[in-house]
Ligand binder design. Sequence first.
Ligand code: GLY
Length: 380
Amino acid sequence: MRKLTENEKKWIDTTLKKISGKMEEVTKRNLDKIPYTTDKYGRFDDKSGKDICWWTNGFWGGEMWQLYKLTGNEMYKKEAIKVEDKLDENLMNIDGLDHDNGFKWLPTSVCRYKLFNNKESYNRAMLAATNMAGRFNIVGRFIRAWNNWDDVDRRGFAIIDCMMNLPLLYWASEETTDPRFEMIARAHADTAMKAFVREDGSVNHIIIFDPETGEIVGKPGGQGYGEGSSWTRGQSWGIYGFTLSFKYTGDQKYLDTAKEIADYVISEIPDSHLIPIDYRQPKDVELEDSTAAAITASGLIELSMAIGDEALSDKYLDTAISLLKTLDEKRISWGDDADNLLNNCAVDYHGDGHNMSIIYGDYYFIEAMMKLAGIALEIF
Ligand code: GLY
């Protein structure tokens, strides 16, 4: 990764001060919550209790740990531990466990274990990893994404997002010296390279395998515009996720795949640096997803760090900084009247979750800024 300019350093410093200033107030008035989005008054909701199995419930914990690292304020540590404790109800509910165990227990239990060697956190994370490993389909060589609901058979569903969950398995192998977790993660990553990544470097969101034979039977557009389209958050999970598989295994093919996806994404980013929900959505549709911008930026920084000082990594870093600056200037509520940071986030193209705040957008923005400053906790 190239050296940052003095101007860039100043901007990073100012932005981190804005983050810590705002988030101290926001956290104080949201103690005990696990936020996902905000209401019409800009106030966080709470996914504790009946919604404890929701897939995003680890991100507030991760945000608290990053802010604890940034400021040393014990309030953040206490809140992070509360999220982790609450997630036990999810850990004991088999129907609420799926491939997103990574998104829930990497930013909570694994993070706390790495910081404080906490045995309870180790147990929780290892249970989550073991359950995730149990989702591996041996014939299709993929990790099953979701459980069945609404009478849809999802035994053969795999999604690109899962690349971000694999570090839970890499961590479990590192800790136990048992290679099985890593074998499963690598087998899934190998399948994902072939099944999800297209010739032009774009990625599909969902691949449906026949769960009995492993044959591919469907490639729906998932949360994107439609079949053959290019859901922007999915592209960002691909860049970041394949880079992580390289980071944990050292296998060059994963780095090459991350670069292919990144090159495609860079060729599609609009001049405005505001990211649509799908790079192939109709040109006259102005729907945006700021979470895709933040995740792409954090993934590109990770990729730039993984490549080292090759000149090639500069273009990834430059793009990441442009995306983050655009969010900072145009898509963040810096006043502390709203609880969220990022605006114009979207759940998917066809649903009604548009122009909202979403917690993982905020998480990845903070993480990316802290990575630029060289002080981020390594959560994924
Ligand atoms: N992992 C689900 C999503 O990105 O919406």
